[in-house]
Design a protein around this ligand. Structure first.
Ligand code: 5AD
Ligand code: SF4
Length: 474
């Protein structure tokens, strides 16, 4: 394996030793009690964290734990945290707080906290002093050290706060315990170089580094062989993939290579930055066999002044140019976006510009967020918009988007679409739920065998959030 941006072979070996030691230890417990020690992995935040948690769970299994879906009887609890907004951090701290009583009941319980939140010094200090029952902490640069930290904590007893690595590297070859056997995440690059002025990600996930194309092709090919039907390539700025690797090819080249794989599957990717949404990328998508005609392209604001203050490096004209080209090449493309309301200095006029852009672009779906100041980012130091104004703008944005999404989904009524079934709906036990190629939610009457397979579905009714209809065949 190349040395350029990957963990050294010695480091990988050191972790294998810790995994083996933990395995021995857990085998002894099993021999004594007849029960395997249990690990519970809790994930907050984005898909990147979900993908990381699948590695944490994979390492847990390699160390001899079974994975349990609830924390109550666990011997090891891992909390994988998020830092994107204040709410996510408060949720992580509150959950960690709730595990205190479990530790009181079972003093041998190990509690580890990892992920984006704990890269920040002030949060580490908080955990150190206010959560003394937390056993070990490691940030996003040190996920591969998890076995070593757990082993050391158990053998020596001392709490461990693993310092962040000086360099964020790619760790290949970690075991992965996937949550689903038909949908999969594949991280293709890590970190972000963009420093959007509101965003904490570049501070907690380090600079961009891409995995080698050959490694990714190998992983996706294996997933397809195993029968995975929906594979999402992940990266904080996924379409900047490859820029840090000489002679490796760019993101469009990666998609082109992956599209050559034989099989019946959809390929998706997220999250894209408009500055890297090239015509080449759109052309590859439009002429592909497997790449879903779905694009998540965060716009963040429809005001050029706000986009400048956000350090987004595009304006609304450039954004519209991409959207128009995409729709020209793929008239059926589903387009979704992220919007932040109440960014510092956002005036009523700026906000109206955002609403006007929504009317112009007509996104199929929006993820909208109220701006949340993040310590250490430039926007946190700017003049803030009042909370009341933020809330009021948020409501207006949602109302407009609901009307647009309802309108956008109407032409689908009567159409037959392919849906990948996820099983019985979580909200309505009488119906099955699935996702279309455009990633829209579809509800229908199904049977257990539909789960994890493609079904043909006729749309009978549509609202802003979902499509309702009938299965026409399996
Ligand atoms: N406050 C609110 N929303 C944010 N996002 C990123 N940082 C913040 C913040 N400080 C949003 C952006 C990004 C999405 C993942 O989260 O819209 O695209
Ligand atoms: Fe954050 Fe901007 Fe990087 Fe996305 S591109 S992770 S919003 S800094």
């Amino acid at each position: 394996m190349k040395e350029r941006n990957c963990l050294s072979a010695e480091e990988v070996e050191a972790q294998k030793v810790s995994v083996a030691r933990m395995r021995d230890r857990n085998d002894r417990v099993y021999a004594e009690t007849g029960a395997r020690p249990q690990a519970f992995v809790l994930t907050l935040g984005c898909q990147q964290n979900e993908a990381d948690s699948e590695k944490i769970a994979g390492l847990c299994e390699a160390m001899g734990y079974t994975i349990t879906p609830t924390p109550d009887a666990a011997d090891l609890i891992m909390v994988n945290t998020c830092a994107i907004r204040e709410h996510a951090e408060q949720k992580a701290l509150s959950l960690v707080g709730q595990y205190k009583h479990l530790k009181a009941k079972k003093p041998s319980l190990m509690i580890g906290v990892c992920g984006c939140m704990v890269v920040q010094e002030h949060r580490r200090e908080e955990l150190k002093h206010r959560y003394p029952y937390v056993d070990f902490v490691f940030g996003t640069s040190s996920l591969h050290r998890f076995p070593q930290l757990l082993c050391e904590k158990l053998e020596k007893g001392k709490r461990l706060f693993c310092p962040e690595e000086s360099e964020y590297l790619v760790a290949e070859g970690l075991p992965i315990r996937r949550e689903s056997n038909y949908r999969a995440w594949v991280s293709v690059m890590y970190g972000c170089n963009n420093f959007c002025s509101y965003c904490i990600v570049p501070y907690v996930r380090g600079r961009e580094r891409s995995r080698e194309m050959g490694e990714i092709v190998k992983e996706v090919a294996q997933l397809v062989r195993e029968g995975y039907k929906d594979i999402t390539l992940l990266g904080q700025n996924v379409n900047s993939y490859g820029k840090d690797l000489e002679g490796n090819g760019d993101f469009a080249d990666l998609l082109y290579e992956l599209d050559k794989l034989e099989g019946d599957f959809w390929l998706r990717f997220m999250t894209s930055h408009p500055k890297d949404a090239s015509r080449k990328l759109i052309d590859v998508m439009a002429s592909s066999r497997h790449i879903a005609h779905q694009f998540h392209l965060p716009m963040q604001s429809g005001s050029d002044a706000v986009l400048r203050a956000m350090n987004r490096r595009y304006d609304t004209a450039k954004y519209l140019e991409i959207v128009d080209y995409m729709r020209e090449k793929m008239p059926d493309v589903t387009l979704t976006s992220d919007i932040i309301v109440g960014f510092p200095g956002e005036t009523e006029e700026d906000f109206s510009d955002t609403l006007a852009m929504l009317e112009r672009v007509k996104f199929d779906m929006l993820y909208s967020f109220i701006y949340s100041p993040r310590k250490g980012t430039p926007a946190a130091e700017m003049v803030q918009v009042e909370q009341k104004t933020k809330n009021e703008r948020f409501d207006r944005l949602l109302a407009l988007q609901n009307a647009i999404a309802t309108e956008k989904n109407q032409p689908l009524v009567g159409q037959t679409l392919r849906v990948l079934c996820d099983g019985v709906s979580k909200n309505n036990a009488a119906l099955y739920a699935g996702r279309t190629e455009g990633n829209k939610i579809a509800f229908f009457e199904g049977v257990p065998e539909d789960t994890g397979t493609f079904v043909e579905f006729v749309v009978e009714r549509a609202d802003a959030f979902a499509l309702y209809g009938k299965k026409v065949s399996r």
